[in-house]
Design a protein around this ligand. Sequence first.
Ligand SMILES: Cc1ncc(COP(=O)(O)O)c(C=O)c1O
Length: 487
Amino acid sequence: MAKQDHVKITFYNGENIPLELHKVRIVQKLNLVPIERRLEALEEGGFNTFGLKTTDVFLDMLTDSGVNAMSDNQLAAMMQADDAYAGSQSFMRMHKAVQEVLDKKYLLPAHQGRAAENIIACAYIKRGSLVPMNYHFTTVLAHITQYGGRIVELLYDEAYKIASDHPFKGNMNIEKLEEVVRKEGASNIPFIRMEASTNLIGGQPFSVQNLRDVRAIADKYGIRIVLDASLLGENAYLVLKREEEFADSSMEEVIKIITGLADIVYFSARKLSSSRGGGICTNDEKIYRELEPLIPLFEGFLTYGGMSVREIEAIAVGLYETLDESMICQSPQFIEYLVNSAMANGVPMVTPAGVLGAHVNAMEICQHLPQTQYPAGSFAAAFYLISGVRGMERGSLSNQRDEYGNETYADMELLRLAVPRRVFTLSQIKYVVDRLAWLYDNRELIGGLKFVYEPPVLRFFMGRLEPVSDWPQKLMAKFKEDFGDSL
Ligand SMILES: Cc1ncc(COP(=O)(O)O)c(C=O)c1O
C-alpha cells in the first residue's frame, strides 16, 4: 500500500494541543446572552435544547449535522450548479465523486440520511423482520419499527463501558451475530447494519478487521450488509490511527476497503461531505433496481432526490475532501483535547475520545437523579443555563417507548457536545471545559425534568419538559455568586 504523509505537528515547548490547518475567511458573530435570558430561553424552549433559538445560543454544539464549515472550493462549486429536473450536470458530478471516493457504481439521491433509511426500510423490512446492527441510531430505529421490523444491537460488553481504552468500541460482536442469525434464520434478516463511528455510544469506530468478520458471516448465510457511512471519514481516520495494519495507508485506501465490504452504502451528506443531502449507493444492479422506484415516490427525480443542485455540487467536492486527512483530523483532535482537559478537571467523559463530539457521562455526574427524571436531559439544560453552550441529550429522552408504552431506559445517559468540522477555536473549547468543570463542582444543584408534552415518535426533537423543582433558579443564584457580573 502507498505510504501516506500523515499529519503530525510537534510543539517545541512540548505542549500537546491541536493546531488548526485552515484559515478563517468568513465569520459569524455569536451571542452570549446573560444567564437570566438563558433561563427564559429554556422556559420558552421547554427545557429541551432543540427548542432553543440560535440568538440565545453562544456555542452551538447540538450537532455536527449540516453545520460543518464548508470549504472555499465547496462554495465555489455551488455557484456553478446546473438547475435541471432531469439529467443535471451537478448530479453527474456527485455521481462521479461517489464512484471515485466510495467506489460504488450506482447512486440514488435522497434529501438526507433518514430519507435513505426510509427507502431501504421500505424496500426490505417486512412485519417481523430482524435487523442486527452494531448499535441503533434514532432515525434508523424509527424507520425500521415503522415498517414493522425489529432490531438487535450486538456490541461487545466493552462498548458499554464509559471509561475504556478499547480502540474500536463500535465493533460488532461476531459470536453473538452468528448466534442471532442461526436462531432467527437468515430469511428473516433482510440485512445487517453497520454504523461507521457509532454515534449514540460516543462516536466510536469499528475496525476494518471487524467488518471483514461481519462480511464472512454475511457471506456464509447469504445476508446483505448495509453500511451507514454518515461518519465514514472519521471512522477511516481512526482506523489509520488505531489499527496497526493500516498505519501506512491513505484515507482513500481505507475508505474503499470499508465500502467494498458493504452491499449498500448510505449516508447523511450533512455529515459526510460537510454539506446537506444524502444518498444510497451500491455496485449491485439488482439492489439498485429494487430501490430505484422509491426515489421518485418519496424524494424527487433520480437526478436530484429532494436536494438543491447547489448542495449536490457541495457534496461532490466534499466527498473528495473527505480523502484529505488534514480536513478530517481537525474535529477528532479538538474532541480529544476537550475530553482530556475535562477529565483533568474531574469531569467523567466517554473514553477513548471518539468523533463528532465529546460525550459527558451525565449518569455519573447526576447520580442523585433517577433515570425517570432524565439525567442527561437535565444536565444538558443545566449546562446551557450556566454557559450558553447548547449540547444534545443522548440518553433516555432520546429513546422511544416500547410497544406497550413503557419507558426504555438508555444504557448511557450522555450529554453530547458536538464539535463540527473547523467551526470552533481552541479558546472556545477551553471555555467549554471551564464551564463543565464549574458545573461538575456544583452538580448537586442539578435537578430532574418531566415531560409536559411528549410526541409519540422521536420525542426528543419536539418534546417539552419542565423542571421538577426550582433547581434552575438555585443553580442560577450560585452561578451569580461565583461569577459576579461575568456572562
Ligand atoms: C449515524 C447517523 N445515521 C443517520 C443519520 C440521519 O441523517 P440525517 O440527519 O441527514 O437525516 C445521522 C444523523 O445525525 C447519523 O448520525
